[in-house]
Design a binder for this molecule. Structure first.
Ligand SMILES: [Zn+2]
Length: 163
């Protein structure tokens, strides 16, 4: 079987090519071994949760992460050219990584242009979907407290198959 879309430079220890499954998993076409691959760059203001990291999300290096934080923050009403400029700069940060996909989120007016800029770079924009769950925690004195937690469920992939 010829790999249709092997991760660039990513090979199995047996020498076979890794074939992507979903956005963060791959299998070797030679020996069948499966891998979890960190291929979703985090382009949101928030740190990825443990479950998102498990699903393949990674952060930009510190310096780029700081730049991202500034690019995602709007203190003044932006015009369209400013929004486009920010989207392109953010996509450029992502393109310097090995990311195949980018987890995005933030100001709604930025998301459309950011999706376009990422697609230009060949990076699939994805959105994390979380579900709020409540858990009961029993304290040492026997009192029960309800706490709210967010569980990562998966990624919404509007452009799956487009790239
Ligand atoms: Zn292999």
């Amino acid at each position: 079987m010829t790999p249709k879309n092997p991760f660039i430079g990513t090979q199995c220890r047996c020498g076979g090519y890794l074939i992507p499954v979903g956005v963060a998993e791959a299998y070797c076409d030679a020996c069948g071994e499966t891998y979890r691959v960190e291929l979703i760059v985090n382009l949101t203001q928030h740190s990825p949760t443990g479950e998102q990291i498990e699903a393949g999300v990674f952060d930009l290096p510190d310096k780029e992460r700081e730049e991202l934080r500034k690019l995602l923050t709007f203190d003044e009403l932006p015009d369209l050219s400013e929004i486009e400029r920010r989207a392109e700069k953010i996509a450029a940060l992502a393109s310097k990584t090995r990311a195949k996909a980018a987890m995005i989120g933030g100001a709604p007016f930025l998301m459309g242009p950011l999706e376009d800029a990422l697609l230009e770079e060949g990076i699939e924009p994805v959105y994390a979907f979380s579900r709020r769950v409540s858990e009961e925690v029993t304290g040492p004195d026997g009192t029960v407290t309800k706490i709210q937690k967010f569980r990562h469920v998966g990624f919404v992939r509007p452009y799956v198959g487009v790239i």
